[in-house]
Design a protein around this ligand. Sequence first.
Ligand code: AMP
Length: 191
Amino acid sequence: MLNIVLFGPPGAGKGTQSEKIIARYELNHISTGDLFRKHLNEGTELGLLAKKYMNEGNLVPDSVVIGMVDEKIKSTPGVKGFIFDGFPRTVPQAEALDALLSSKGTPISGMVALDVPENELFKRIKERGKTSGRADDQDNDKVMNRIKVYNDETLPVAAYYKKQGKYAEIYGIGEIDEIFNKICVEIDRWK
Ligand code: AMP
């Protein structure tokens, strides 16, 4: 199996690149942000729980995220692999993901990290907010907090995969296809 973690700050282009990676490598997409938004729209208990964290741009507690991902992995047997988008966002989440996958006998192949400067992230998120309908894309303080939470809580996840020799960094500014081609070079090395 090919299991890819697509990493990067909010607004780095993970959603856009995920779609292209899925199409090329036939992977199953697990975006925790999308899953939470689905729960929120459906008004489930999990959605209500996640809402107060998401609205402030804070992280949903690890146990909740890990439980949701576990369920999602278990409900999709026989796939070629997974692309994890927006997950893991903390080191305990990364450790839990390793444990979940090793119980399936398949490790993480590698992490692709999209590197985008902060001023560009801010611009992109505010632009996306005009059409995404996401409250967390529209408010300056919330956007700033999401970037801060990424720097404080999520960046250490990159070191976790670096230590395992499973890390590749791609500069995330330029044409979408140009960035995608660079990502593919890395993924092809892990196939
Ligand atoms: P995203 O669409 O990935 O930007 O996620 C939107 C929001 O969902 C985040 O700001 C968090 O509140 C929550 N969220 C998504 N993924 C995670 C995760 N792996 N851990 C904790 N919270 C998450």
